[in-house]
Design a protein around this ligand. Structure first.
Ligand code: UDP
Length: 256
């Protein structure tokens, strides 16, 4: 196990045996600053009901969540489950909002960024949009997410040669988490590596983020389901998650 975990990392608790850091957007950003100030690669990954259910079945994914420096409560289901267990110091920290906040910090404080993931046109457009939105941002490299295993050593060399301090990896889950676990020890200059899922697509407006009303009511998952019915198989994790959380709660109430 990585000995950097539990030293200066946010406190965490378990939702169905899967770790979640007890953070809000404000404290998550304070930890981001701390990660950028210390040597070594700190992993920031997201937790949502789908990932909790996936991690319970996938020991490799579980191991990454356990060794990550911060597991942000990305989905409202994880926040509600935490609160049901009396963990009130948790608020939703969507990965798609943390990434732009990190970009703003990087632009203000001069941390260089490498983007890895998504389709070639998406990652190129993401780079252009971020440069427009955060004047002074230093994006030192961008690579689409369809690199073959044979090409991977060259990509790692490119990331290292770029001198990037921050690496955003948008390959979808669990592909990005497994990549981060496999290659983190080969990254020489990176200090913070965030798994951002489909955030590059979201920045480019594909698919559009939910209207504000859905966001305010924490129904982004419903909007995504309605606008992309093909995701139905992924949303199947939601009722499974809710049932298991309630069962867990009843069980822990009985043993108290
Ligand atoms: N992707 C990639 N390489 C792959 C497979 C997927 O770069 O081999 C990208 C894909 O183009 C998209 C993202 O990974 O940008 C997947 O987004 P999704 O919405 O599925 O991820 P989530 O946010 O739900 O984890």
């Amino acid at each position: 196990m990585d000995d950097r975990v539990n030293t200066l990392n946010p406190p965490r608790h378990d939702v169905l045996g899967v770790p979640v850091s007890m953070v809000t957007m404000g404290s998550a950003m304070a930890y981001v600053r701390a990660f950028l100030a210390r040597p070594g690669v700190d992993l920031v990954v997201a937790s949502n009901p789908e990932k909790v259910i996936a991690a319970r079945k996938n020991p490799e994914l579980m191991a990454v969540l356990k060794t990550a420096a911060m597991v942000i409560p990305d989905g409202i289901g994880v926040v509600l489950a935490s609160r049901l267990h009396g963990q009130n110091a948790v608020a939703r920290v969507p990965g798609s909002e943390l990434m732009p906040n990190i970009c703003a910090l990087a632009a203000a404080e001069g941390h260089s960024i490498f983007l890895y993931g998504a389709r070639p046109e998406t990652v190129a457009q993401t780079q252009a949009l971020l440069q427009k939105q955060y004047p002074g941002i230093n994006i030192v490299g961008a690579q689409h997410g369809y690199v073959t295993p044979e090409e991977m050593p060259a990509l790692v060399d490119t990331i290292n040669a770029s001198g990037a301090r921050i690496l955003f990896v948008g390959l979808g889950s669990p592909r990005q988490e497994l990549w981060m676990a496999q290659y983190r020890h080969q990254l020489t200059g990176v200090r913070l590596c965030q798994g951002v899922g489909g955030t590059f697509d979201a920045i480019c407006g594909r698919p559009r983020r939910a209207p504000r009303l859905f966001l305010r009511l924490h129904l982004e998952w419903l909007y995504r389901l309605l606008s992309q019915p093909a995701r139905i198989h992924r949303q199947r994790a939601l009722p499974v998650f809710a049932t298991q959380v309630l069962r867990d709660l009843i069980r822990s109430g009985r043993t108290r």
